[in-house]
Design a protein around this ligand. Structure first.
Ligand code: DO4
Ligand code: MG
Length: 282
């Protein structure tokens, strides 16, 4: 049916935790159960897997997972990779402000999306009908619970470069609109990732079966650490218990490229997974 189920993927198997205990239907439920038990999410999930139903690995192909965080807010950091700083300077009428933010102590952190504007893997992401130049932004997503990093996910900070380029004060319109954000396909627990600052990241964009963009990079190209971005995100602001912070785009298609309805965007992050979305005009 449409009721959410919580699934844990280990190296070998897939487990349905909702079958083990009807209390756990979302990732947020798992976070709260771990907090009450004063255990890590890995420890509690490992224990629950002993009583959980084992699922066939085909289940996730037949029923793609929805966005793995369904409450709270998504925020995003910007201009954290040199490639993003250069792209922004090129598109903007006010280029110097982007160099300032790349180099200054205070990073750029902005509000990105509510759950109502966020989609999961295999759902559609939006481009605005009043925008002429649109790109996906592949980003490492940090998942926070009560201001602590509990996991990582893959994010797509869909952006209108024409609207942002026209005037920086239009940034909220370039960034926040229907289906502007995608996260998924899963959350990888923080304790199971060796180093979030050294992961390969790649993106492909296909149109009518033809690959138009295919590039990769590593998160070690990021100018800032995830801890530094999180500290800035939660300072002086009571962010919701559960929130996702995207950490800035690491790949930017060439200037001549804009997304069109029907394009397929896939963003992969080593050790986490691949987030795939089809583009729709909103
Ligand atoms: O400064 C505008 C947004 C930057 C951004 O989203 C990024 O660098 O990823
Ligand atoms: Mg971005």
């Amino acid at each position: 049916g449409n009721a959410p189920r919580l699934v844990v993927k280990t190296e070998g198997s897939l487990y349905d935790l909702t079958a083990a205990t009807d209390q756990l239907r979302t990732f947020e439920d798992l976070l709260r159960a771990a907090a009450i038990a004063k255990e890590s999410i890995d420890t509690i999930a490992d224990r629950l897997c002993e009583d959980a139903t084992v699922l066939s690995s085909d289940v996730l192909d037949e029923t793609p997972p929805s966005a793995p965080v369904s409450s709270g807010e998504v925020w995003a950091a910007g201009v954290t990779y040199r490639i993003s700083e250069e792209a922004r300077k090129a598109e903007s009428g006010m280029p110097e402000m982007y160099l300032d933010v790349y180099e200054s102590d205070r990073p750029e952190v902005f509000f990105k999306a509510t759950p109502s504007r966020t989609v999961g893997s295999d759902e559609s992401v939006g481009i605005r009908g009043d925008s002429e130049w649109d790109v996906p932004e592949p980003e490492l997503g940090v998942v926070l619970f009560e201001d602590e990093i509990v996991g990582y996910t893959v994010g797509n900070d869909m952006s209108s470069r024409s609207i942002e380029g026209e005037n920086p004060l239009y940034l909220p319109q370039a960034k926040v609109y229907d289906k502007c954000c995608s996260i998924g396909p899963c959350i990888r627990s923080a304790e199971s990732i060796d180093d979030p600052h050294d992961l390969e990241m790649w993106m492909t964009i296909s149109r009518d079966g033809e690959v138009l963009y295919d590039e990769s990079t590593r998160t070690n190209e990021m100018e800032r650490s995830v801890e530094e971005l999180v500290d800035c995100h939660v300072a002086h602001d009571a962010v919701p218990d559960v929130s996702v912070l995207l950490t800035g785009t690491s790949l930017v298609p060439d200037e001549g490229f804009t997304l069109r309805e029907g394009d397929e965007v896939s963003i992969g992050l080593e050790e986490i997974g691949t987030l795939s979305n089809t583009v729709v005009e909103v």
